[in-house]
Design a protein around this ligand. Sequence first.
Ligand code: PPS
Length: 290
Amino acid sequence: MSSSEELYLEYQGLLFPRETHSAESLKFAQEFTLKDDDVLAVTYPKSGTIWMQEILPLVLSGGDLTRVQTVVNWDRAPWLEETRLAQVVDKLPSPRALVTHFPYSFMPPSFRTSKAKVVYVMRNPKDILVSSYYFHQMAAFLEDPGTFEEFMEKFLDGRIVFGKWTDHVKSWRNAELGDRILFITYEEMVQDLPASIRRISDFLHQNLSEEVIQKIAKHCSFQSMKANTMSNFSLCPKEYMDNDKSHFLRKGRIAGDWKNHFNSDHLARFKSVITKELEGENFSLPWSLD
Ligand code: PPS
């Protein structure tokens, strides 16, 4: 079993998986020039990143399925912070779709001066914790999660990649980006995907027809993405992600898997830490922590 130091790179106080990040890639990201028509899906890990990575290029291309069927997701809408970006960025069609797990303070100066837009996906943190727990079991580039209790403590302390969930959410909620940012929840996407795609399309001034919205929703359903080798990470070698242990597209369709993992002690501990961390913030969470 590899240690945290072997697996993770610490950069400006945050942990990043060395498998896909380097000091150079993080510096490259922080010096990256964003364009006015770029659109970024911003998420804390396990909040719905690859889902938005599928939706954005489709919305931006008027529902053209060619790229989602022929280009793997990590090249189609690359992560700003990953080493892969430098290799594929010149081949991205405009308007570009990118994704990032960066908290706001890590964004390049060009983001602040550009008109680039952000779709920020939020998910119930209890479900993020559960999703992340299974992901740490199947991804060899992440530390073994230990028991569920141990992993919950690491999550609450931010001793995991990309730090604390509360810090991430606070950083973007307080970023004051006006009409450059759309906040959307994973749960509303589960509940009504066509309506969520309509919100995204309107935000990006795409003016898509109902027929195109339905086409995108069909392609981005859990079943369809789970079957799409360009999106389900089955092309990722087993030594990096072991689908025998857990699938990347694991439960998805059901919001609230946390109920199968939290006992009353977990719930009380989770609620008290998250509530304290968010004390005094001028936004409220769209989910109850009970
Ligand atoms: S990562 O590693 O941060 O990029 O992971 P991320 O993509 O943010 O989150 C993975 C979870 O998103 C679920 N997912 C979906 N749910 C519903 N519908 C669709 N189409 C979809 N695509 C991805 C995926 O199943 C993970 O959640 P869990 O709860 O583990 O199933």
